[in-house]
Design a protein around this ligand. Structure first.
Ligand code: F6P
Length: 344
């Protein structure tokens, strides 16, 4: 078969491990031709690609980023995008395309599959862990570990100065990184998009903790967390070239307010893109490898319109359309039961 592969959306650790697994199984086992498209859909529309054999993917398992490059954007952005895509499939004699992406890319992939009847298979990825239908996405565990390591370090410097550290992590619509890293790092409070926060309540938690004689508080906030209406003024986030809000300001809004309400000095640490960089953890390498192998199986089974998913430890398949426009958010019962028990 002639199998295309692209990585779309924000990058995450484990993308190279997926590419490697796809090539090892498709080219190495089945003798397929694997065509790696550069810069996501741009590479398909502009015919920028490289044939990937086993030698081409040697040594990339532990490497962060993606050797193919990635972009946001899709064939829907230009009026003739879908026609050009159809032409590219025909000219390159593609039997299949594997789209490795998050919610946005999988939504686009599923629409293109249904609208143009294209043979597409999906692989979910994102540090945000917010793809509906899979128990986990690769990249997430690595991001959580990076954030946890940072929180551990911030505890000691905060302690020395009796300060409040407000640590902002990624997660525009889902607070998985904040919850997991906050729990693992012993955060004083965790603020997530799913549950609007009251800064006065956070201040009470911090004050209670310091009154008990504890130095240092670490408040972990997801970039998409928002206050209860009327409690705090949050300036609107600027938009990127695709019209998506660029978050990354909420910690700067919270920290001065916490200082004012508690009397303790606050500092802001935004982990930002550090969470997406560098080598994947062993867990993410294994998950992405399993996803890559399963994607090739899905291609050979002609399971078009499906994506590979993790469910109860097993790799299965689910229709990509089930993810369309949806976000897998944090289970609030879990948040209340587990995370809030340690606040303060
Ligand atoms: O998609 C994951 C994510 O890390 C979000 O949490 C974050 O808001 C976004 O990507 C930012 O990505 P970029 O600036 O690359 O568009």
């Amino acid at each position: 078969m002639r199998i295309g592969v692209l990585t779309g959306g924000g990058d995450c650790p484990g993308l190279n491990a997926v590419i490697r697994a796809i090539v090892r199984k498709a080219h190495g086992v089945h003798g397929d031709t694997v065509i790696g498209f550069y810069d996501a859909w741009d590479g398909v529309l502009e015919r920028r690609y490289a044939e990937l054999d086993v030698a081409a993917v040697r040594g990339i398992l532990p490497r962060g980023g993606t050797i193919l490059g990635t972009r946001r954007g899709s064939p829907y952005d230009a009026p003739d995008g879908r026609e050009r895509l159809r032409a590219a499939f025909a000219d390159l004699r593609l039997d299949a395309l594997v789209v490795v992406g998050g919610n946005g890319s999988l939504t686009v992939a599923s629409m293109l599959h249904e609208e143009l009847d294209l043979p597409i298979v999906g692989v979910p990825k994102t540090i945000d862990n917010d793809v509906v239908g899979t128990d986990a996405t690769f990249g997430f565990q690595t991001a959580v570990q990076i954030a946890t390591d940072a929180i551990d370090r911030l505890h000691t410097t905060a302690e020395s100065h009796d300060r409040v550290m407000v640590v902002e992590v990624m997660g525009r619509d889902a607070g998985w990184i904040a919850m997991q890293a906050g729990l693992a790092g012993g955060a004083t409070a965790i603020l997530i998009p799913e549950r609007p926060f009251d800064v006065a309540e956070v201040a009470r938690i911090v004050t209670r903790r310091h009154d008990r004689g504890r130095y240092a508080s670490v408040v972990v906030v997801a970039e998409g967390a928002r206050p209860v209406p009327g409690a705090l003024e949050v300036p609107p986030a600027p938009l990127d070239r695709y019209g998506r809000p660029m978050h990354g300001n909420i910690a700067h809004v919270i920290a001065p307010e916490l200082s004012r309400l508690t009397g303790y000095e606050s500092r802001v640490v935004q982990l930002g893109y550090l969470q997406r960089g560098g080598t994947p953890t062993a867990y993410d390498r294994v998950l992405s490898t399993r996803f890559g192998l399963a994607a090739v199986d899905a291609v050979h089974d002609r399971a078009w319109g499906e994506m590979v998913v993790l469910r109860c430890g097993r790799i299965e398949r689910a229709p990509m359309r089930e993810t369309r426009g949806l976000t897998r958010t944090v289970d609030l019962a879990l948040f209340e039961d587990v995370a809030t028990s340690f606040f303060g």
